[in-house]
Write a protein that binds this ligand. Structure first.
Ligand code: FUB
Ligand code: ZN
Length: 694
């Protein structure tokens, strides 16, 4: 059966189901939509499938914080609303078309005899459908986009129709390649468990949105009927290795959804590694699995694999409290932030192996910085935050989200970065397979892991803003938003934020418990805000520390207001001198936003070909001004600097005292947020800018 819906209509209707007003003013509509969604699943225990957060740690014994449902938070008109509307109006529908046009659904339809197209795409192609479905699931958790819902449910029926009686689903290994299925060699490279993991995550998001169990039940069948009986530690079972970590965190989320403990045990077994599967040393590095997770001491190998392994290991800790895991996770986290994290919150220095480099190996133009890897950083830090309530993890989430993740999707939501370099020359090396013809943003990649990953992240964003704990509520992220949820003991509360964050540092938080209640409101003081004031109903608070949550314990009543005032002065950051490429350079950060220079913004742009470089004057003052018509509205930084041009003398080298040959003239550097780069005509870009003192 062909899709009942033409793609043109799909786009039109998907766009029509969400308007900015739905995000700005959603409550009554969302409530109505949720009622109808609830009615779709009369057999679900009331209040369970609808109450889960991005991950459901409501019963996780080692979760210090509880997540809140995505649907409990409304992100209102502000910094993230445009991105989120674009995601639903443009990105998710156009990615649906791309997936269909590139034969990814035909892979399923072929197995049902409904397509004669050959199997197409890399081994992990099924996962892109599932990640896209997960994006839809999160979108449906905040509003009922009915067309999106029916299209996705129809696709899900096409997917589950291919499930074999054994429970197996993976189009790449059905039909001709069946003999290769789950061979040890296939497990290391074939992505069967990676695809299953994404299937489970997509299924859970759809289930938590709609109560529809079609994909979830298929996923459970594959785990219960195919995986659990045949793979694991038993003498009559075969060995198992993740190959590309992903299955671990999804099995644990499946446990949280169903209560079946065997899923945690299997995840733990995979995290431990199965000695029956012989792996070469470089496979152990690259795949970040196959040996005990707790034996790892540093991040290495394929960056997405490592980040997803850390997510699974943190989930395992949240359920088991195994101290060896917590120790290793903290060791790896220290490695992340001290040696490996780009200032943009991305990771993965090397194109070869899409991998972490050596400590401090953080090239700029050659940075790999895959969008999926930055998303992995955020997902992992979200879990670490959940386990600890420690704001150092939220600082990393914010850095990655506003910069290295946000850069991954163009402002119109239709093109994506696979790599997120920190310097770029459109005239440069054209051998970059992820920047064909010098374009870093493309609508489609044959390995299209990043686009639907970005879509699911932006769709799930409301779930990251707040949390609850035994003693109260946490405010993690700042933007115009409202939460309507309950404390751990069931008391209801509302919180509303009003702000122009991240452009301005004032945040007004209105606290509105259903009845006057004593609890603690933990407000995050970002690590970058060196001078912060916090007032409660006009009274200054003490104990404020950058990079910590400030606990405010009192009896809260309707009408109480907390005012935060963050330090928005522009910071000129230097890197550790061991980072070769950044020595003698500065990066500009204002609030959570990292900036960059694009050549086309510079006053000297007309003589661009003759310009060889810019220098920032370190001791001068940066002037920020908001440009409402530029790049959907951004803060622009202006900073005094110098511009060096080509000199007439073409000698390659000359004496360092020969100043006239290195003549520089004064100029004003103009910087835009890094996330918004390459949204106009191609232009060279750099984040780290050489500086001179004075
Ligand atoms: O292997 C599946 C995905 O494709 C990885 O996560 C990405 O890095 C890309 O290689
Ligand atoms: Zn990717």
């Amino acid at each position: 059966m062909k899709s009942k819906l033409s793609r043109r209509r799909f786009l039109a209707t998907a766009a029509a189901t969400v308007v900015p007003a739905a995000i700005a003013q959603a409550s009554p509509r969302v409530a109505g939509a949720l009622n109808s969604l609830a009615a779709a699943a009369p057999d679900s225990p009331a209040g369970t499938w609808k109450d889960a957060g991005v991950i459901d740690v409501s019963r996780s014994p080692y979760a210090k914080l509880k997540t809140v449902p995505v649907r409990a938070v409304e992100i209102r008109e502000g910094f993230w609303s445009k991105r989120r509307v674009t995601n639903i109006e443009s990105s998710i529908p156009s990615m649906h078309d791309e997936l269909v046009d590139h034969g990814r659904m035909n892979n399923f339809l072929r197995l049902e005899g409904r397509s004669s197209a050959p199997q197409i795409g890399p081994v992990y192609s099924d996962s892109d459908i599932y990640k896209w479905a997960e994006a839809v699931g999160f979108a449906l958790q905040t509003a009922d986009h009915s067309q999106l819902r029916s299209t996705t449910l129809e696709m899900i029926h096409q997917v589950v129709a291919t499930q074999e009686p054994s429970g197996y689903i993976d189009t790449y290994y059905q039909d001709g390649r069946k003999p290769l299925r789950m061979l040890y060699e296939t497990q290391t490279t074939g992505h069967e468990l990676y695809c299953l993991g994404h299937m489970l995550q997509g299924a859970i998001a759809i289930y938590r949105a709609t109560g529809d169990r079609t994909l979830l039940d298929a996923g459970i069948r594959m785990v219960d009927d195919f995986l659990l009986p045949n793979y694991g530690p038993g003498a009559n079972q075969k060995g198992i290795v993740a190959g590309h970590p992903e299955i671990e965190m999804s099995l644990i989320e499946l446990y949280r959804t169903t209560g079946k403990r065997a899923y945690v045990d299997l995840a733990g077994y995979i995290l431990h590694g199965d000695e029956r599967i012989p792996l070469r040393p470089q496979q152990i590095v690259y795949m970040f699995c196959g040996i005990p997770f707790t034996s790892r001491t540093h991040l290495e190998g394929h960056a997405v694999r490592a980040m997803y392994a850390c997510c699974g290991a943190t989930d395992y800790y949240l359920e088991t409290g195994d101290p060896a895991y917590w120790k290793t996770l903290n060791t790896l986290w220290e490695d992340l932030v001290h040696d490996q994290l780009y200032v943009t919150g991305g990771v993965g220095a090397r194109e070869t192996g899409e991998a972490f480099g050596d400590p401090y190996e953080l090239p700029n133009a050659r940075a790999y910085g895959e969008s999926c890897a930055a998303i992995g950083v955020m997902m992992w830090n979200w879990r670490m935050l959940t386990a600890s309530g420690d704001a150092r993890f939220t600082d990393v989430i914010e850095r990655s989200l506003y910069n290295g993740i946000n850069s991954g999707m163009s402002l119109d939501g239709r093109t994506y970065c696979y790599r997120n370099p920190l310097a770029f020359d459109p005239e440069g090396d054209s051998s970059d397979r992820h920047a064909p013809e010098g374009r870093i943003r493309n609508p489609w990649y044959d390995t299209t892991c990043c686009p639907p990953n970005l879509e699911r992240t932006f769709a799930s964003l409301p779930g990251y803003f707040y949390g609850t704990s035994d003693d109260g509520v946490y405010v993690h992220l700042y933007d115009n938003s409202a939460i309507d949820w309950r404390l751990g003991d069931g008391r209801r509360f509302r919180i509303e934020q009003t702000t122009r964050y991240p452009w301005e540092g004032n945040v007004r938080i209105a606290v509105d418990p259903a009845t006057p209640s004593e609890f603690t409101l933990h407000v995050r003081i970002p690590g970058w805000s060196q001078q912060t004031s916090v007032r409660v109903n006009g009274t200054d608070q003490s104990g404020i520390q950058p990079g910590k949550y400030l606990p405010i314990h009192r009896r809260w009543s309707a009408g109480d207001v907390v005012e935060l005032n963050f330090d928005m002065s522009t910071r000129l950051l230097k890197a550790n001198p061991a980072v070769n490429e950044d020595r003698g350079r500065v990066a500009f950060q204002r609030g959570p936003i990292v900036f960059c220079m694009e050549m086309l913004d510079q006053p000297d742009v007309t003589r661009a070909p003759s310009i060889v470089g810019y220098t920032a004057h370190l001791d001068d003052t940066t002037v920020p001004h908001y440009a409402p018509d530029l790049l959907d509205g951004v803060m622009v930084l202006e900073h005094p600097g110098s511009v060096a041009s080509v000199v007439a003398d073409t000698s390659l080298y000359f004496s360092g005292t020969d100043n006239h040959k290195a003549a520089e003239s004064p100029t004003t550097l103009r910087l835009i947020p890094y996330y918004a780069w390459d949204n106009r005509e191609p232009s060279s870009m750099q984040v780290w800018i050489p500086f001179q003192v004075g």
